[in-house]
Design a protein around this ligand. Sequence first.
Ligand code: TXA
Ligand code: MG
Length: 329
Amino acid sequence: MITEIKKVEKESVALGKDILLSGGVIGMPTETVYGLAAVGTNPEAVKEIFRIKGRPSDNPLIAHVHKDYDINKLVEIEHAYVYCLIDAFTPGPLTLVFKSKGVVCKEAVCGGDTLAVRIPSHKGAQELLRAVDAPIVAPSANLSKHTSPVTAKHVYDDLCGQIPLILDGGKCAGGIESTVLDVTGEIPRILRAGLITKEMIESVAGGCLIAEHKEGDKVKSPGVKYKHYRPRCETALFDYGDIEGVIERYDKEVKAGKNPYIMCANEFKKDFENKNLLLLGQTPEEIASNLYDKLLEGEKKADIIIAIAMENEKGIFLGVMNRLRKSCG
Ligand code: TXA
Ligand code: MG
């Protein structure tokens, strides 16, 4: 199969719609990462997503809809705070987990009784979703376990020959996947941290819990238990501020004939003069936005990526550190 990359335009969106409605799978942009899309009411198309990605069969998919879609068709909204969250943060990088009405097929939710729904803010995503006017299920458009794609080229590098079309909507501004929030309980609960932070949710919903994942627990968001986000090179992760440790490791790798790269926030640039760097930026938003892009740049250039942790795990850094540990830890 030839994989075409086409800029989001009227014609390419129409082509994407035709492929989706005839049961196909395509790559689509969102404001977080690129998605691998299929119509969520078509079991065969949904199975194709799992096959193409090599995704474990117990890890459910998120259903994406346009901003005027009536989500009451898909799920039960059980708590009043949900309306406040929808008002405040959608369209945007927030995924809400509801009790499902079973419209999206059981293959997409792995037989579970809940459905994750997201209304992406990316303009191209909205155009496609509006054209199809049905729930589109889409995991990140990478091979299972690999780093999530934030450009059409990243999708191509992983899935070339497996899908007919990748809609190119530019580099994703968000850079890490959406916050996944369970809204089936009295108090919302974060299952996967992201750009919509605990503090932001609290300010609107009055409270917010964070799901803990202890060894042996039944996992509520199956995706978080798997190895994830790994670039295809060796990695190492050092504590925030451990400049000496990083330099020692870097020098050791160079002596062994390897080509190391240090991945860090811009504040450390001055500490690593004349060394190979993958700079993530300054603000938490910038750092999140560049994280996967730099990991994917790093796997091409480096024998080993030596990363430094963020200074804390507050706000957006909670989501960033969660990915950094899984990719480089
Ligand atoms: O930003 C995003 O969310 C991207 C873009 C493409 O929208 N999508 C994405 O999908 O990251 P994926 O499949 O890579 O991750 C979905 C996460 C997984 O951790 C999965 O376990 C969780 O959401 N999830 C999906 N449905 C769920 C459900 N019904 N209950 C609990 N967790 C669910
Ligand atoms: Mg993923």
